[in-house]
Design a protein around this ligand. Structure first.
Ligand SMILES: O=c1[nH]c(=O)c2[nH]c(=O)[nH]c2[nH]1
Length: 324
């Protein structure tokens, strides 16, 4: 029998911080041209915060308002917030360095796409247009203290500073909601048929998806992660995704997904694995037979997009260790 005095609960895990911090940084170049980066940032702290939850003791709390202020302060102090991976590493380092009772910093950054306008064939120095609809570049940086983890000790108001910081980081980057469609070059045949199957086979269908792609970098050493050419990896991954989507004679979303990831791993040696989530946004033929109109086979050209439900194909593809 449980008595009222017995311990019934403990804090198993916690993360807290500021979500959806929106930030624009303008870069002014000597030649008069300007650049702009728009980001949405989340920073969550993990560490010695147990007493905050279990004892209602707020002394260890870095207020989420201060977390937000720090994001803006670092955006000011860094010459640029791009690439987002390096800004994420700077944020992770800062929070570990400043607060010894923080063991992990979980940073998520989305970059919203602005592209320089071309007017009368020439790039405009300071005007931009949003490209690619809802597509966003993303990164998730986790910074982890590897040196001694200090329990929170009240410091009488002075801000602690750890000068000999030992830490590692993991970086996972990607892009999401890249909407693509192809009107042919996609089939779906030979799948399992049983008493639940009504879907006809097709050797020519419309393929439509919103690509969510994430890639994980090898290594956890912050200095090495700081040297990675993140923009090149991003461009290569997006190029491969679009090229294979367009060129692959798709047997299924699954088979096309694997080819995309395989090409990415081949061309990006810094990556250890790549994950895709590809909704199969169904676009079906409209049955116009009752109206006496031919809309099948060679006559098929009128379709209806079906928003719900959609298929959802996900996979993680990892680099195979080389055979000796
Ligand atoms: O490429 C596809 N993969 C599936 O697993 C599937 N299932 C389905 O109904 N249509 C499709 N298409």
């Amino acid at each position: 029998m449980t008595t009222a005095a017995s311990v019934t609960a403990h804090l198993k895990s916690q993360r807290y911080g500021k979500d959806r911090v929106r930030l624009v940084k303008v870069l002014r170049h000597a030649d008069g041209t300007q650049d702009l980066a728009e980001l949405t940032v989340t920073v969550l702290l993990e560490g010695d915060f147990e007493s905050v939850y279990t004892q209602a003791d707020n002394r260890a709390v870095v207020a989420t308002d201060s977390v937000k202020n720090t994001i803006y302060a670092l955006a000011k102090l860094q010459p640029t917030v791009l690439p987002i991976e390096r800004f994420g590493l700077a944020l992770g380092r800062h929070f570990l360095d400043t607060y010894p009772h923080v063991s992990h910093v979980h940073i998520t950054i989305q970059q919203h796409p602005w592209h320089r306008m071309t007017l009368d064939g020439a790039p405009h120095p300071h005007s931009f247009t949003r490209g690619n609809g809802t597509m966003r570049r993303t990164t998730q940086v986790t910074a982890q203290r590897t040196g001694p983890h200090t329990a929170y000790v009240p410091t009488g108001g002075s801000r602690a500073h750890n000068t000999s910081l030992e830490w590692t980081a993991t970086v996972e980057s990607g892009f999401c909601e890249l909407a693509v469609v192809k009107t042919t070059g996609s089939a779906f045949t030979d799948f399992l048929r049983d008493g639940y199957t009504t879907l006809p086979e097709t050797d020519d269908r419309i393929l439509s998806t919103n690509v969510d792609c994430r890639w994980r970098f090898t290594g956890t050493e912050p200095a090495a992660l700081g040297r990675v050419d993140y923009d090149r990896v991003y461009r290569t991954m997006q190029d491969h995704t679009l090229r294979i989507f367009a060129l692959d004679n798709s047997a299924s979303v699954q088979a096309t997904l694997f080819r995309m990831a395989d090409a990415g791993l081949r061309d990006c040696p810094d990556l250890k694995e790549i994950s895709y989530a590809l909704p199969n946004n169904h676009i079906f033929a409209v049955n116009l037979e009752p109206l006496g109109l031919a809309n099948t086979g060679r006559d098929l050209d009128v379709y209806v997009p079906v928003t719900d439900p959609s298929g959802l194909i996900t996979a993680t593809v990892a680099r195979t260790a080389a055979k000796l």
